[in-house]
Design a protein around this ligand. Sequence first.
Ligand code: GDP
Length: 298
Amino acid sequence: HMAFEGLTERLQKAMEKLRRKPKVTEADLRETMREIRLALLEADVNFKVVKDFVKTVREKAAGAEVLKGLNPAQQIVKIVNDELTEMMGETATPLNKSAHIPTVIMMVGLQGAGKTTTAGKLAKHLKKEENARPLFIAADVYRPAAITQLQQVAASIDVPVFEMGTDVDPVEIVRQGMEVAKEKHNDYVIIDTAGRLQIDEQLMEELAKIKELAKPDEILLVVDAMTGQNAVNTAQGFDDQLDITGVVLTKLDGDTRGGAAMSIRAVTGKPIKFVGEGEKMDNLDVFHPDRMASRILG
Ligand code: GDP
C-alpha cells in the first residue's frame, strides 16, 4: 500500500533495531516507543489516538514482563501488531442488511469526496457479489451536473436511476423513489445525497429528514483519505449529527499518508467498511483492518 510506505519503513526500522539487541532494556523499550509515536504522528494519525496507542502498548509490554521473557523484541512486535489491528477495528465489518427488501443505503459526504463514484462502485460490487438489483435515487438537487453524473455512472454499470430533476424537494424524491423500488422489487436502494464544501446546518437538516423518511439500514459516509485529519473531523461531525453506520475511505491510491485510515475507527467508533483505490468502478475493496495492520508492520 502506497499510503503506508513511509509508516511501514519507519516501524520496520524501529523493530529491526530492537531485534538486533541481545537483551532489551527498559531504556530500549522507551526508545522504541518514542520511534513508534513519531512514526504514527508522521503518518498523520490523530494525536490522541497515538497517545492512547503508545500507552496501551507500553502497559502490555510491562504487564507481560516482556523484557524478562524469551524473544522480547518478537513479543513487542506482536503487541504492536495486535494494537494496530484493534485500533483499526479488527476484522472486516459487512454492510447492514434489511430482513426484507429493499435494503436502503444512504450515501453522505462532502462535495468531491467521491460519493457518486462510490455509489456506483458499491452497486457494481453488490451486483457482482449477490446478483443484486439496486436502484439509485438521485437526491442531490443543488448541482444539475450531479444527476447527470449519477446517470452516467449508472449507465456504465447498467443500474436504473430514479430522478425528478432539481425542482423537487429531495425528501419527496426519496419518498417516491422508495415507492418505485417497492413496485419493482429492487433489493437495494442507494440514495445519492447532496454534499457541500463543509458541514453546515441546512445540509444536516436535509439529511436528517431523508434519514427519518427512508430509515436507511446503512448510512455510509464517504470521506477523502487525502484530506488527512480533516477526514477524521468530517467523520466525527457527520456521526454526531446522523449517527452513521460506516465509512468509505476514498482515494487511498493517492498521495496520502494513511493517517485517516488508522484514526477514524478509534475516534468515531464507526468502522471503515470499504476503501476506494482508484476512479474506476472496480476500484472498491472491502476494508480488512487486520490485514492492513500486518501489511503496515511489513
Ligand atoms: P462527490 O462530489 O462526493 O459525489 O464526488 P465524485 O464521486 O464526483 O468524485 C470526485 C472525484 O474524485 C472524481 O474525479 C472521482 O473520479 C474521484 N474519485 C472518487 N473516488 C476515488 C478514488 O478512490 N481514487 C481516486 N484516485 N479518485 C477517486
